[in-house]
Design a protein around this ligand. Structure first.
Ligand SMILES: NC(=O)C1=CN([C@@H]2O[C@H](COP(=O)(O)OP(=O)(O)OC[C@H]3O[C@@H](n4cnc5c(N)ncnc54)[C@H](O)[C@@H]3O)[C@@H](O)[C@H]2O)[C@@H](O)CC1
Ligand SMILES: Nc1ncnc2c1ncn2[C@@H]1O[C@H](COP(=O)(O)OP(=O)(O)O)[C@@H](O)[C@H]1O
Ligand SMILES: [K+]
Length: 513
């Protein structure tokens, strides 16, 4: 599990360590890790960057201190290091250490405190690596001047350079929404982010995540002082632990039965895709409820699907259903109401999202994409649109979970899962090739299967804050993402191929357990 903590939590965890260690000890540890990554990048870049310098971009806080100490280590290794002071109050001890190690220091603000763009451009051009120590977790809101101007000037310069430098961010790329994952203004995009003590939410959710590059977490001993994470990301090992493999004594009813209300004469394929996602994930049985023509189509592909109602451990509702189709809408509403009354978990996709009652259960998962989430909230009196959701998916997923009392799985390039009890997860396991019709139906089936096989642990109020339900939703996103990547193999993929790749993904996860 990768655990991410907000700035305040990191600060609080740092406090006892700062009190018990020598002056700047933590900063030096952080700086050493930054220097190590810079050297790694330079080795990777090889001869192409020989003779180039390392440019330190130094702000007025401890983040700039980290960069200066890192520069000192690099200068002592014989590298040419230049510190561009973007503040009139750099960290004094770190600056002194950098100077005595041979770092060249340049002031890049004019007397009025504005960035000297030409000077900055010359320094930027000469450097193969930029170390971003402008702001870290002490920054509040979007970057203000002069740092906003510094970042804008550097981004302009980078765009004009034939050979882009490698940017190594200290702790977080400067300007990024550390806690909320937003991009509130100019951000210096990083290739590598060396983050201290623990990951931060903004490094794991979009749009900020996309500007952080490869994230390296440096252990500075905060572990025992950190509490509950603000956000987590499941690894393959976590997902393997969540997937129960069948045991010798299992039969189809103990493995879990999924009830599937999906597909319509307009969108019959959605039923096939959701059934495929569920069956390929592994469960006891799929019971299908739908029009005859759709049932025939499902049976052509999957004769093992059982038709008609009966006892189930979970429901998957809504894929390929038009909420304007009154009879079908009624069926979804009734089924959902019974599931809620009986405490049976359910995943609500596509058409079912707009049919959901105002309040749901923590074992109900809403699975919207950004546009559907905006509609869901707008229908509940919040005026939002897709662009708002895409700019702040973390906040919107949380808000929708709080508003509905359900787990919300917000689909996109990174999938954010929020539970009404506060658990939040984010998964980025897929490939952009998944942006193709029908892959969401497959995901609904995968998640439905996981809810069914873990039905015993979710039934009748056993997951009151939705924490396990949320983990299963994140696990489904990981399995789906990996199946997409495996099936695509770097090229296009169809939804059914994604489903067909799921057994291989599940087998690999279980084998590595
Ligand atoms: N406290 C410590 O000893 C340690 C600190 N660490 C480093 O310290 C950083 C946090 O240091 P600080 O608390 O000094 O904060 P930062 O260095 O993140 O930022 C504070 C500086 O940025 C300015 N600033 C704040 N918001 C701004 C905005 N919106 N636009 C422009 N300027 C803004 C402030 O005036 C101040 O000069 C971490 O990110 C990490 O890099 C780590 O090295 C671990 C140890
Ligand atoms: N750019 C992308 N990168 C990675 N995954 C993506 C991307 N775009 C979409 N996906 C994934 O593909 C699926 C699309 O689901 P959805 O939008 O419901 O499509 P549909 O309704 O056609 O099935 C989701 O699981 C989503 O997370
Ligand atoms: K930074």
């Amino acid at each position: 599990m990768i655990r991410a903590y907000e700035a305040e939590a990191v600060r609080a965890a740092e406090a006892p360590l700062l009190a018990s260690t020598a002056t700047d000890e933590l900063m030096k540890q952080a700086a050493f890790a930054v220097a190590t990554e810079v050297l790694r990048e330079l080795r990777r870049l090889g001869a192409r960057r020989s003779g180039s310098t390392v440019l330190l971009l130094v702000g007025g806080g401890n983040n700039g201190g980290d960069a200066l100490y890192a520069g000192g280590y690099l200068a002592r290794r014989g590298l040419q290091v230049v510190a561009a002071l973007c503040t009139d109050r750099p960290h004094e001890r770190a600056l002194a250490a950098a100077r005595s190690a041979g770092v060249h220091v340049r002031e890049v603000l004019d007397d009025a405190g504005r960035p000297r763009r030409e000077e900055l451009a010359v320094l930027a051009d000469r450097a193969g690596v930029w170390v971003d120590g402008l702001t870290g977790i002490g920054a509040r809101g979007g970057l203000r001047e002069p740092l906003a101007g510094v970042v804008a000037a550097l981004e302009d310069r980078r765009a004009a350079m034939p050979d882009e430098p490698t940017v190594v961010a200290v702790d977080v790329p400067s300007g990024l929404g550390t806690d909320d994952g937003t991009v509130p203004g100019p951000v210096l995009r990083a290739d590598v982010t060396v983050t201290m003590g623990a990951a931060k939410p903004g490094l794991l959710v979009r749009p900020a995540e996309a500007l952080a590059g490869r994230v390296v977490v440096v252990d500075i001993g905060l572990g025992p002082h950190l509490g509950e994470p603000a956000l987590s990301r499941l690894t393959a090992a976590d997902v393997a632990d969540l997937l129960p493999a069948p045991v010798a004594t299992d039969h189809k009813y103990t493995r879990g039965v999924l009830g599937l209300v999906a597909g319509s004469t307009t969108y019959p394929g959605a039923a096939v895709l959701a059934a495929a996602g569920a069956l390929r994930t592994g469960l006891g049985m799929v019971r299908y409820l739908g029009p005859d023509a759709v049932t025939r189509l499902v049976h052509e592909r999957f004769p093992e699907v059982v038709v008609g109602s009966g006892r189930v451990q979970a429901w998957a509702l809504g894929s390929g259903i038009d909420p304007a189709d009154d009879a079908r809408a009624e069926e979804v509403r009734d089924t959902l109401q019974r599931a809620l009354d009986d405490g049976v978990p359910a995943v609500l996709d596509a058409g079912a999202l707009s049919l959901a009652p105002d309040r749901l259960a923590p074992t109900t998962v809403l699975a919207p994409h950004a546009g559907e989430l905006a509609r869901l909230l707008s229908a509940r009196g919040e005026d939002t649109d897709r662009a708002d959701v895409e700019a702040a998916p973390l906040a919107f997923a949380r808000r929708a979970a709080a508003r509905t009392g359900a787990v919300v799985l917000l689909k996109g390039p990174t999938t954010v899962v929020a539970a009404p009890g506060g658990t939040v997860l984010s998964q980025a396991d897929g490939t952009p090739w998944l942006a193709t019709a029908g892959t969401g139906d497959v995901l609904a089936g995968i998640l439905g299967a996981l809810l069914a096989v873990r039905g015993e642990d979710l039934a009748a109020g056993r997951d009151p804050d939705g924490a396990l339900t949320a983990e299963l939703a994140a696990a489904a996103a990981l399995v789906h993402g990996r199946a997409g990547a495996r099936a695509a193999g770097g090229g296009p993929v169809t939804a059914l191929q994604v489903a067909d790749a799921v057994p291989g993904v599940v087998a690999a996860l279980l084998a590595d357990r």
